[in-house]
Design a protein around this ligand. Structure first.
Ligand code: MN
Length: 296
């Protein structure tokens, strides 16, 4: 699968509490991600084309489609799997495309129990030259129902020509062009790279090509140093090492013990000879102590 990571970047570990942004596709590769663990974050899944089946250790088993949002709060520990919904035998897989984001949980919230939400209808907002789906947080006075734990915004914006979006000046923001292209402050931004906008903007003025679509992310600058390794967002080497060994300790456990363990059991992926039996093992830790990512 063609995956492009635009956050974290060297010198830019976060935008607000957003700490990870991957774009995948467009291509006809079927997503096939076996159960794996997370701690300390929320995953935000936003399909642009194709349908994904999400299963997790909270007991969720849902399909998410374009326009729908999955939010999984890992807290102290969760595990999940994600698989493209396959067409009937003999038919070609439709084009697959989407965004996977992580939001770091603040220290006061990061040990909470895991949870999952799916939002099949999200609020729309329109303004000067744009329309937007508010995925998380608030934009132009419209608030998403998604449960988040820090001041944040995430929106899927469509525009063409001149557009002006109101912004929260206390937030830093970033934009990722999905289709079309635009210019901000005279600087052109094509699809692909993440544009960082900093803080202090009360509005975002863009000049956009027709039918431009972009992701807007932002939030209050996240002042806690994060230690990100593999699928874990922590604060110290020792807790990440513990998170890793807790996942490895679940390998091969009987189903009842797996269900009671830190990362639980993902329904449909129990031990045994099933086609989807299995899990993603943790990679080895590097031979040095992990350190937080620094903002430049
Ligand atoms: Mn995941």
């Amino acid at each position: 699968m063609n995956v492009r990571r635009t956050l974290p970047q060297r010198g830019l570990p976060t935008i607000g509490a957003w700490c990870f942004l991957d774009s995948f596709g467009p291509d006809r590769t079927a997503m096939s991600v076996l159960p794996h663990p997370h701690i300390g974050l929320q995953t935000v899944t936003w399909p642009l084309a194709g349908h994904i089946r999400h299963r997790d250790s909270v007991g969720s088993n849902v399909v998410v489609r374009p326009g729908e949002l999955n939010i999984m709060t890992a807290g102290h520990g969760v595990s999940h799997s994600e698989f493209a919904l396959l067409p009937p035998a003999g038919q070609t897989l439709p084009v697959q495309r989407g965004l996977q984001l992580w939001v770091a949980l603040p220290d006061t919230e990061r040990h909470r129990p895991p949870a999952f939400e799916q939002h099949r209808e999200l609020p729309q907002v329109s303004g000067s030259g744009f329309t937007a789906t508010v995925m998380v947080g608030e934009l132009a006075g419209v608030t998403s129902p998604a449960t988040m734990y820090s001041p944040i915004v995430g929106a899927d914006v469509s525009c063409g020509g001149d557009a002006i979006l109101p912004l929260n000046a206390d937030f830093e923001h970033g934009i990722l062009v999905l289709d079309g292209g635009l210019a901000v402050d005279g600087r052109e931004l094509p699809p692909g790279p993440l544009g960082y906008l900093g803080t202090g903007r009360t509005e975002l003025k863009v000049q956009a090509l027709p039918e431009t679509r972009f992701l807007l992310i932002g939030g209050e600058p996240f002042d806690e140093e994060l230690l990100m390794w593999w699928n874990f967002v922590g604060r110290t080497h020792d807790e990440v090492e513990q998170a890793r060994s807790d996942w490895e300790a679940q390998d091969g456990l009987p189903e009842t013990e797996t269900a009671a363990a830190r990362y639980g059991l993902v329904p449909g992926h129990g031990p045994g000879a099933r086609s989807e039996a299995g899990r993603i093992p943790a990679p080895p830790l590097p031979g040095v102590r992990l350190t937080p990512r620094k903002r430049l």
